[in-house]
Design a protein around this ligand. Sequence first.
Ligand SMILES: C[S@@+](CC[C@H](N)C(=O)[O-])C[C@H]1O[C@@H](n2cnc3c(N)ncnc32)[C@H](O)[C@@H]1O
Length: 217
Amino acid sequence: MQRILEPELMEDFEQVKAYAEADFAEPHNDFIGRLQTVFANPAFDGAVLDLGCGPGDVTKRFASAFPLCRIDAVDGSKPMLDYAINAINAQIKQRINFIHGRLPDVSLLNRYGVIYSNSLLHHLPDPAVLWQTIKKHAQSGAVVVVMDLLRPESQEAAKNMVNTYATNEPDILQRDFYNSLLAAFTINEIKEQLDAAGMPLMASQISDRHVFISGTL
Ligand SMILES: C[S@@+](CC[C@H](N)C(=O)[O-])C[C@H]1O[C@@H](n2cnc3c(N)ncnc32)[C@H](O)[C@@H]1O
């Protein structure tokens, strides 16, 4: 099945509300747990970059797991960032700098010791934008962790996944999940992207619909 793009930024108010208010505790804790298998240093006090942070749920969980770090969390959607800023408690928020900006044009002054991104890649019309942004802002030795959806073989397979994993979710979340599956890459496409970008990261399929990409630059 050919990739079918979905709107890049999530800016529609109802869409943002549904996404921000959904319970992603399980997948987001899973993301942090997997990240900790690659980067197990809770005393890390350096700079972290979260790309496509959305309403900040993963950002908050990362900040709790690494209580000394500082995070720049970027999203191109202002409504998403408004949710993030309002949803995170004041103590954790002191260590998070939410930045309204769109890759690849976002202006970041820093280089980062850890760069992660959850569920951004499939939104990008040009996936090289993510890999080039990571390369540009990684310190030497930076840990990189990216997780995303994988594109199923057919629209019917995508529908089956929505029925299997999101049947109790609001219609708008089911629609977005379906559109995201169609917009996602295959694991071979992702490996080609990494080769083209010259990035020594490992991409592994970790479920019927997820890929986990990690390594050190
Ligand atoms: C599916 S959400 C994931 C949010 C969050 N990382 C999470 O796991 O809950 C994808 C986010 O990427 C943002 N996004 C898409 N393209 C972007 C770009 N070029 N630059 C910055 N943010 C982008 C969207 O606005 C959206 O908030």
